[in-house]
Design a protein around this ligand. Structure first.
Ligand code: PMP
Length: 434
């Protein structure tokens, strides 16, 4: 079968809302590391990793060996039976988690990890109200759609009344029109008024991503989480940290994105994506106090299934054993420097370069040189087609669909980063020449 036939069947049999990238979607067929091939034999350099999920690249030998061994031994049990891989994984995650996190609950996606986190916070505090962030993304269930603050991801008006959205720490488009640091992190301080004016004053918690991922890789500036979480604690809430995109060394040097904010300790940590190199797995970690408060039944048929857990154990062993958070920092530096060079070369189009480690983004605008920060989703689309034609896959994001998200596997090498930068350069040259 050729790519065109697959695209035709996709159009015929899948929900149209299950949208693909590119005017002619890429039908990926095989891959090794960051090198992918489509059904027609065209090769690509993968700098999005299945949305920051394939942490070690495709067909990783260690992960595949663990998977083969596990599927030949035991494929599924449900959470009703303890298994070797699930306890090994729980112990590993707890040993890597910050602060007083001691227990894990497994599901199969980031959405469920966040659902579990919110329920755990509500059970523990006996309260309902949750503060989330504008530009945040929490998943696709009705609760997660309500936590998510992007109109385009809200299929129905599912606003759960107990959720209030705080301003995002989006410095490039500061919601208060201020400049960091003279702003004194007004967006964080504003959470106090949000609680005082829109809640009962007794909140269950604050759910936030250390770097807003789908929002366009928007990192919170230094000081943000110290202030925000301080306010949350003052009003009796828990801090629910969503590490679905930022976890497992993605941000460089540290295992978790929140660890870049000294002394800020989550009560609940959620993760998925990069945990198992592509196998479906979500995890909600919590302090013993929080986990122990959940007395009711709590089952997830596929949660922490032996295959995903075995893949996760092998993935995390490689991340730790091969010091991949360090590699993410080193390669992230080269990537960032290259992106800043591109910004100098294309000053009109590239408004902002931001991110941490191997989680870097470009926000494209109409004309930054004239301070016209009007988002340019059109240029972003054109850049997508030009990079695809040259064999580079990147991601898109941002409320205005004008952010290019770049996030290769954590074990990517220097030559691949330089090649991706070269292709981006050529692609920008092509769209600017038109
Ligand atoms: N949280 C964040 C920060 C995410 O980026 C995502 C997925 N993009 C989710 C939660 C939901 O994860 P999933 O798609 O696995 O349900």
């Amino acid at each position: 079968m050729k790519s065109e036939e697959v695209r035709a069947k996709h159009r015929e049999y899948l929900f149209p809302s299950c949208a693909n990238y590119y005017a002619e979607p890429v039908v990926l067929e095989s891959g090794k590391g960051v090198r992918l091939k489509d059904l027609d034999g065209k090769e690509y350099l993968d700098f999005f990793g299945g949305i920051l999920t394939v942490s070690l690249g495709q067909a990783h030998e260690g992960v595949n060996r663990a998977l083969h061994a596990q599927i030949d031994r035991l494929g599924h049990t449900s959470t009703l039976y303890p298994t070797l891989p699930i306890v090994e994984l729980a112990e590993k995650l707890v040993s890597l988690a910050p602060g007083k996190i001691r227990k894990a609950f497994f599901t199969t996606s980031g959405t469920e990890a966040n659902e579990t986190a919110v329920a755990a916070a509500q059970v523990y505090t006996g309260r309902q109200e949750i503060i989330a962030l504008r530009h945040g993304y929490s998943g696709r269930s009705l609760l997660a759609q309500s936590l998510t603050a992007h109109a385009s991801y809200r299929a129905v008006p599912t606003q759960v009344a107990a959720i209030k959205h705080a301003h995002a720490p989006y410095c490039y488009r500061c919601p208060f029109g201020l400049e960091y640091p003279s702003c004194e992190v007004r967006c964080a301080r504003d959470i106090e008024e949000l609680i005082q004016t829109t809640t009962t004053g007794a909140i269950a918690g604050f759910l936030a991503e250390p770097i807003l991922g789908v929002g366009g890789f928007i990192p919170a500036p230094a000081g943000y989480f110290e202030i925000a979480v301080g306010i949350i604690k003052k009003y009796g809430g828990l801090f629910l940290c969503d590490e679905v995109q930022t976890g497992f060394g993605r941000t460089g040097t540290k295992m978790w994105g929140i660890e870049h904010h000294d002394g800020v300790l989550p009560d609940i940590l959620t993760m998925a994506k990069g945990i198992a190199n592509g196998l479906p797995l979500g995890a909600t970690l919590a302090t013993s106090e929080v986990a122990d408060a959940w007395k009711g039944g709590n089952i997830s048929t596929f949660g922490g299934n032996p295959l995903s857990a075995a893949a996760a154990n092998a993935t995390i062993d490689a991340i730790v054993g091969e010091k991949l958070p360090e590699n993410a920092a080193a390669m992230g530096r080269i990537l960032r420097e290259g992106l800043l060079v591109l910004q100098e070369k294309y000053p009109k189009r590239i408004g902002d370069v931001r991110g941490k480690g191997l989680m870097q983004a470009l926000e494209l605008v109409q004309d930054e040189t004239r301070k016209d920060r009007t988002p340019s989703p059109g240029a972003t689309l054109r850049l997508f087609e030009e990079t695809r034609a040259r064999g580079l896959l990147v991601g898109k994001g941002g409320l205005y669909a004008n952010t290019v998200r770049i996030a290769p596997a954590l074990n990517v090498g220097r030559a691949d980063v330089l090649e991706a930068l070269r292709i981006l350069d050529d692609a920008f040259a092509a769209i600017e020449a038109r």
